[in-house]
Every structure is written in structure tokens, then in C-alpha cells.
Design a protein around this ligand. Structure first.
Ligand SMILES: [Zn+2]
Length: 183
């Protein structure tokens, strides 16, 4: 996903997994992205689920999205610091995951798609299920916070050696390089 920081820099950021990508809807600068149901619809279309057809979202979905996002953010921050979990956050994942997720379909050219419309509730279920996979499995040790100063971005390190430190080399990685050179 391409992000724009408060200072205007645009950079590519790969959160590594759907549930951490979902934090980009409001957990980072420049703040809340989901002000209207239409914002949520647009965001779902940009997500890594490759939703290309109709999406339905209402006002209530914004509340559900914020609740799930808050839980994933807490869980991810605690995982990155190797801390224990809050049961209220786990409950929020379970509740969202209880709804049916988007239904996959296969097309005439053997391409994978979704049965449309995809609802925001289905999308949130997919996000919550992804979070359950992540936080209950071995990859939880690969959840990291960007090592950049004051950078809030959280990601799953999917690199083979497991040594990813930055949200993006062109953002925080570069800043660190400049700082080291200056020092
Ligand atoms: Zn960063």
C-alpha cells in the first residue's frame, strides 16, 4: 500500500498480513480514514483481499471496525514488546470472527474472486480470522514495530532471515542511514 506521511512523503508499506494492514485505516498518521461508510467501502477495495466488486458498509460497521482495529492494535503492540494479552481484545477478535467471511468463487478463467456484494461484516470477519491465525501461531514472534524514531507502523516480518526493521527503506530506513552518517 502507498502511504502519505504528515510531511507529505509518499512511500510503499507492506504490513505483511491483512489484520496489520487494517491498522492503516486509522492507527497511524494522518489519523482516522473511516469517517463515512463510503470511506470504508473504498478502503476495502484497496486492501490485500483484492475486492473488485460491490461492497456494502453502513454506519454501524464503522463502530465495529474501530473496535476490532483497537483490539488488533493492542495485541500487535503487545506482541511486538513480548507482553501478555488482554482478554477484552481477544473477545473482540472472537466476536468479529464469528460472522461468515467473504465467500470465494472461481471464475471461467480459473481466476479467484469473491461472491459480491462483500459486506463490511464479512470483511471484518476475514480481518479477525487473520488476526486469530497470527496471534495464535508461530508468526506472532515476527510482529514488529518499525525501529524508526516515533514511527507507529506495525508489520509482520515476512523476510526469510527475519531481520526486517523498518516500515520502509525509503522512509525510516533512509532516515536512520542519514543519522548514522551524520554521527
Ligand atoms: Zn517507520
Amino acid at each position: 500500500m502507498t502511504l502519505t506521511a504528515l510531511d507529505g512523503q509518499r512511500f510503499r508499506f507492506d504490513a505483511g498480513t491483512l489484520c496489520l494492514e487494517f491498522l492503516l485505516t486509522g492507527a497511524i498518521e494522518p489519523g482516522e480514514r473511516l469517517r463515512e461508510p463510503a470511506d470504508f467501502v473504498a478502503w476495502i477495495g484497496r486492501s490485500r483481499l483484492d475486492v473488485e466488486g460491490d461492497v456494502l458498509a453502513g454506519q454501524g460497521d464503522l463502530v465495529a471496525a474501530e473496535r476490532l482495529r483497537g483490539a488488533i492494535r493492542h495485541l500487535a503492540e503487545r506482541a511486538a514488546r513480548r507482553e501478555g494479552y488482554d482478554t477484552a481484545d481477544l473477545r473482540a477478535l472472537n466476536e468479529a470472527a464469528a460472522a461468515p467471511p467473504p465467500v470465494p468463487v472461481i471464475g471461467a478463467a480459473l481466476e479467484r474472486g469473491w461472491s459480491y456484494p462483500v459486506t463490511a461484516t464479512q470483511f471484518l470477519s476475514a480481518v479477525a480470522r487473520d488476526a486469530i491465525e497470527l496471534f495464535s501461531g508461530p508468526l506472532v514472534r515476527r510482529v514488529r514495530r518499525c525501529a524508526g524514531e516515533r514511527c507507529p507502523l506495525l508489520f509482520l516480518d515476512t523476510s526469510r532471515p527475519g531481520n526486517r526493521r523498518w516500515c520502509s527503506m525509503s522512509r525510516c530506513g533512509n532516515r536512520q542511514k542519514l543519522r548514522t552518517r551524520r554521527a
